[in-house]
Design a binder for this molecule. Structure first.
Ligand SMILES: [Zn+2]
Length: 330
């Protein structure tokens, strides 16, 4: 389980909020509430009784430790069925479901599955076509609300308040993407990346995780199995930063960026830097060679600098000027 994976919000919110408005907050509790893991979690005895048992055994006759039943193997079909049942209870009989790529349970509370399902299907087909290798093994619910009112009503039901981003977010704790499809489907293509990165590159730093997700907020499907990031609303802020007299963003800084720094006061700009690094790499056909080399060599290359240098033939420092020029000319 990737405990590092705090809730990864859709940074689309930043277009209005200036930062990844951490829907982060409520779901960060990270309780093991997933249906699938419940059976193994309840098997552990409380710590107090375990230590009491240990001291009793040392003081008298050795007692036999209770044998815990082995955790039940994960049952995908049962998980999907339980999710359908639970969501039907919440939304009523009009709710519609469709399973895409085996584990993604697309849910339309209003019963109007349409373009969003096609986008999910096309995006996932592309993500799995030579890009990501490992797939999520467990079911994920993708709740697609048509407009803001039912989307916020759902957050109030879950968390007692409106959603903290107007667009959507991913809650790793119960493997659920919640989104408002009203403003567009870029949030969907963004959020679908996160559970896949969680499976494929669990130690991925936030900057590359969000860079990849943000790349496909603005997307095109040139053909089946392909997706391309297109210039989007994050570009102007990056241009302003790159034209500043001092403190310009640089690739070496990006590669050295900790998760804390990424989520810090310049989070909005950091998303843009990471996104346009990814689009620049994709434009040269190098993004996925780099990503896969980093993922596979992470143990000896935690910053990704070696993977980048091997892929590009030059270091981030060497290519910073080329990246800057590309962004400014885009
Ligand atoms: Zn994100």
């Amino acid at each position: 389980m990737n405990l590092r994976s705090t809730l990864l919000c859709c940074a689309f919110a930043m277009s209005q909020l200036g930062a990844c408005a951490a829907p982060a907050v409520a779901p960060r509790k990270e309780l093991p509430v997933a249906v699938a893991s419940a059976s193994s979690d309840v098997a552990s005895p409380p710590a107090a009784s375990a230590s009491a048992s240990a001291s009793a055994s040392s003081a008298s006759v050795a007692s036999v430790a209770p044998v815990e039943p082995p955790p039940k193997p994960y049952d995908l079909a049962a998980d999907l069925a339980e999710r359908r049942e639970k969501l039907t209870k919440i939304f009523g009989a009009k709710v519609k479901f469709e399973v895409v790529e085996g584990v993604f349970l697309i849910v339309s509370p209003s019963g109007t599955l349409g373009a969003s399902t096609n986008v999910a299907r096309n995006a996932l087909a592309a993500y799995y076509n030579g890009r990501f290798a490992a797939r999520p093994a467990r079911a994920l619910s993708v709740l697609l609300f048509d407009t803001a009112p039912p989307y916020n009503a759902h957050c109030r039901l879950r968390n007692g308040k409106d959603c903290t981003t107007p667009f959507g977010f991913y809650e790793p704790s119960d493997r659920t993407i919640v989104m408002n499809a009203g403003p567009g489907l870029g949030t969907l293509t963004h959020e679908l990346v996160h559970p896949i990165v969680e499976a494929d590159f669990p130690k991925a730093p936030d900057w590359i995780n969000e860079g990849l997700a943000s790349l496909y907020e603005g997307f095109a499907f040139p053909r089946l199995g392909e997706i391309r990031g297109t210039k989007n609303w994050r570009h102007p802020a990056l241009v302003v930063a790159l034209r500043a007299k001092t403190g310009k963003p640089t690739l070496p800084e990006l590669f050295a960026m900790s998760d804390e720094e990424f989520r810090g006061e310049n989070e909005g700009l950091n998303y843009a830097i990471a996104r346009y690094f990814c689009q620049w790499m994709e434009s040269q056909g190098k993004l996925w060679t780099f990503y896969q080399a980093w993922r596979d060599g992470y143990a000896s290359d935690p910053t990704g600098v070696a993977a980048f240098t091997k892929t590009m033939g030059k270091s981030p420092t060497d290519l910073n000027a080329a990246w800057t020029s590309w962004v400014l000319a885009l």
